[in-house]
Design a protein around this ligand. Structure first.
Ligand code: SF4
Ligand code: SF4
Length: 254
């Protein structure tokens, strides 16, 4: 694993412990059966749902074009593809890069994966250059790199605070994931839990049934009464209630 030097005068702003090579391998290289990799035609550590796997570059570009047409991402991308100073200041604030020390986790490098596609396929200069140099354009290898990288970023946007020209890597990460998921490349666990929340019977990401939820709240109420001596009920679907309690879904799993 190669290390990048921080820009001169920059100290690590956070006390982040760098993970070892073994820890990284453990976290990133989950064992996946070779037949699954073959079926998904993707070397990533997460599973994807069964999806059409042919012509991914073509479908990626089609989805990208549609998103550009119906959103205002183009405004930001037009700026980003022209200005990066490659100064690496963003590395000083990215907790992911500081923890892994892996060049692939440099915010600017990750965003460049998508910006290169935009530059090549959606700018006049890129399209002309492509024709003149017979560049075939987006490849499966580039898609593989994006599928690998865009789920490592937490989209927290800390790095953009350090960038002198305001490149928002969180926004680029979101866009990259958006396009990838349009062609079926997204961690299956995330897709399943989000689907459950949006259209599932339980309407929450962990598929906790209502009786279990009510039971947990009752237990919490009794616990507080026992410990603090006050009775705090939790209003459920109650119009005009004085307060609203929204706990993390994990509270119900404990
Ligand atoms: S948005 Fe991504 S790249 Fe930027 S600091 Fe957060 S994790 Fe790092
Ligand atoms: S994204 Fe900003 S901070 Fe990072 S290398 Fe490019 S110009 Fe520098």
């Amino acid at each position: 694993m190669k290390r990048l030097m921080l820009p001169e005068g920059h100290q690590k702003p956070m006390n982040v412990k760098q993970i070892t090579q073994e820890e990284r391998q453990k976290a990133f290289n989950l064992p996946k059966k070779s037949e699954v990799i073959e079926k998904q035609k993707l070397q990533v550590r997460y599973h994807v749902e069964d999806f059409y796997v042919e012509d991914r570059p073509k479908r990626f570009l089609k989805a990208f074009a549609a998103i550009l047409k119906h959103s205002n991402y183009r405004l930001a991308l037009e700026h980003y593809v022209r200005v990066s100073a490659k100064c690496s200041r963003c590395t000083t604030n990215c907790q992911v890069y500081l923890a892994t020390g892996d060049l692939e986790d440099i915010p600017c490098k990750r965003s460049e994966l998508l910006l290169a596609v935009y530059r090549r396929h959606f700018t006049i200069g890129g399209m002309l250059r492509g024709r003149l140099t017979n560049d075939p354009g987006l490849t499966d290898e580039q898609l593989q790199a994006m599928a690998d990288s865009f789920w490592n970023c937490t989209a927290c946007r800390r790095c953009s605070l350090e960038c002198p020209i305001g490149i928002d890597h969180g926004l680029v990460t979101h866009l990259g994931r958006y396009i990838l998921s349009e062609i079926g490349i997204a961690p299956r666990a995330l897709v399943v839990s989000t689907r459950e929340q949006l259209i599932g019977a339980t309407a929450n990401t962990s598929a906790i049934p209502v009786p279990a939820l009510l039971d947990t709240l009752e237990f919490l109420s009794e616990d507080m009464e026992e410990e603090k001596g006050i009775n705090i009920p939790f209003p459920i679907d109650q119009e005009g209630a004085e307060y609203l309690f929204i706990p993390a879904v994990s509270d119900y799993l404990m």
